[in-house]
Design a protein around this ligand. Structure first.
Ligand code: NAD
Length: 430
């Protein structure tokens, strides 16, 4: 098939490269011209395992993937996949401006396209957005009718950054929210070579499936952090407790790593968007989901409380912050706990030396001035009064790095029993 992917970020570029690898002819439509040029050189603008190899194979090798800034490229395709960002507004509601621009751009092109085309949204959008925003913009800009002249679908993405390429080729399910059978059949055709179960449903339900997944995952994390905070007061190690619950198939063992909470480009903003839509638009206050956010916000700052218990007043203290990315194996620092941790450390007068193997350039654009960036973990740790492990990169798991230091582990990067013999070790909630 010929596929246009609108927006070449984590979701768009991984989808585009993966679909090209599966044999489709793919064009990425991207407003950032530097990104367009980078992709057309077969180079990945994102730090994502396996993506560069895939891009160079598809762009330079097979030649069935390229990027462009022109929406007119859609004229020669069968399907458009909308993969633009859906960030938060300042009140927590979803910012649909990129979605509006994409839908208007696609609609304008469809006006001049005589044959059938399916517009599929992969961005995460609040239930009702396809019906109330995307379809009206497409029909308005194209002068055409949904269902007759063009098809519509919603096909959420569930990738995790760091393992996105692997997840693309091994999805655990494919959700197709379809306007009508014909639209859904076209989406099913896009994924025809995938072995995953396919769930076909209506569009609004599919939109809610995505939010429900993310709300559930975020709830698991805040749940185990709350249990950890109770366990800590009882002198119990929450990781031993998880060992005792994880064999229950109804519970499982994923997303039960107690620590300083979740960040990233999805869970926080999706939870905010869902609670905002529920409480402001639908009249239901969603107390559980609000509590998930509240627990998460407080959890990041526990690492500073523990540092103060150890060092007293942080004014003038040298603090090494290891890890700035919101999780290992990515350079993404969107809503990373490190941002709030560093801000509060600086407010308290601490002298912060930070190190991250991949995310330092992105962090420099976001973190306040006054942070000193180190060239290695060892360089950040030398002459520090205290080390905070904020992201569990593999290289931080080497306990010999911390000889004689005070270490506060926010991610269970170290085994507390072994680390205790080389450093003054404290877990954030164990
Ligand atoms: P991103 O910010 O990394 O990428 C978005 C890209 O779209 C950018 O390159 C931007 O320049 C481009 N863009 C913006 N407006 C455009 C337009 N009108 N036309 C063409 N290009 C445009 O975003 P992302 O992380 O890939 O997320 C995209 C969507 O997928 C969001 O709704 C997000 O919630 C959802 N999602 C993200 C992940 C994830 O892990 N990142 C996982 C699942 C779902």
């Amino acid at each position: 098939m010929k596929i246009a992917v609108i927006g070449a970020g984590y979701v768009g570029l991984v989808s585009a490269a993966g679909l090209a690898r599966l044999g489709h002819e793919v064009v990425c439509i991207e407003t950032d011209r530097d990104r367009v040029d980078t992709i057309n050189r077969g180079v990945s603008p994102l730090c994502e395992a396996g993506l560069e190899e895939l891009l160079s194979a598809c762009v330079s090798g097979d030649g069935n993937l390229r990027a462009s800034a022109e929406y007119s490229e859609i004229l020669d395709t069968d399907v458009s996949l909308i993969c633009v960002g859906t960030p938060s507004n300042s009140d927590g509601s979803i910012d649909l401006s990129y979605i509006r621009d994409a839908a208007t751009g696609i609609g304008g092109t469809l006006a001049a396209k005589p044959d059938y085309h399916v517009v599929v949204t992969r961005s995460t959008v609040i239930p009702g957005t396809t019906r109330d925003v995307i379809i009206p913009l497409l029909t308005g800009a194209s002068g055409k009718t949904a269902g007759d002249d063009f098809g519509i679908a919603f096909n959420p993405e569930f990738l995790q950054e760091g393992t996105a390429v692997q997840a693309f080729f091994n999805p655990d399910r494919i959700i197709i929210g379809e306007f009508d059978r014909r639209s859904g059949d076209m989406v099913a055709e896009v994924y025809r070579d995938m072995a995953a179960p396919v769930v076909r449903t209506d569009i609004t339900t599919a939109e809610m499936v995505k939010y429900t997944s993310n709300a559930f995952l975020a709830t698991k994390i805040s749940f185990i952090n709350e249990i950890a905070n109770i366990c800590q007061r009882l002198g119990i190690d929450v990781y031993d407790v998880v060992d005792g619950i994880r064999f229950d198939y109804r519970i499982g063992d994923r997303f039960l790593n107690a620590g300083i909470g979740f960040g990233g480009s999805c869970l926080p903003k999706d939870l905010r968007a869902l609670t905002y839509a529920s409480s402001v638009k639908l009249g239901y206050s969603a107390p559980l989901l609000k509590a998930v956010l509240d627990v998460n916000e407080a959890q990041a700052l526990k690492i500073i409380e523990v540092a103060e218990q150890k060092l007293g007043d942080l004014d003038g203290k040298k603090v090494a912050v290891l890890g700035l990315a919101f999780k290992p194996d990515t350079d993404d620092i969107r809503e990373a706990p490190s941002i709030r941790v560093v801000e509060v450390l600086l407010e308290k007068g601490a002298l912060v030396k930070a190190y991250d193997p991949r995310a330092m350039e992105n962090a420099k654009a976001v973190l306040p001035a006054g942070v000193e960036y180190s060239s290695s973990a060892a360089a950040a740790i030398t002459d520090s009064d205290c080390v905070l492990i904020v992201t569990e990169w593999d290289e931080f798991r080497d306990a010999s790095l911390y000889k004689g230091k005070t270490v506060i582990d926010g991610r269970r990067a170290l085994d507390p029993r072994r680390a205790g013999s080389v450093c003054d070790y404290r877990g954030v909630c164990w």
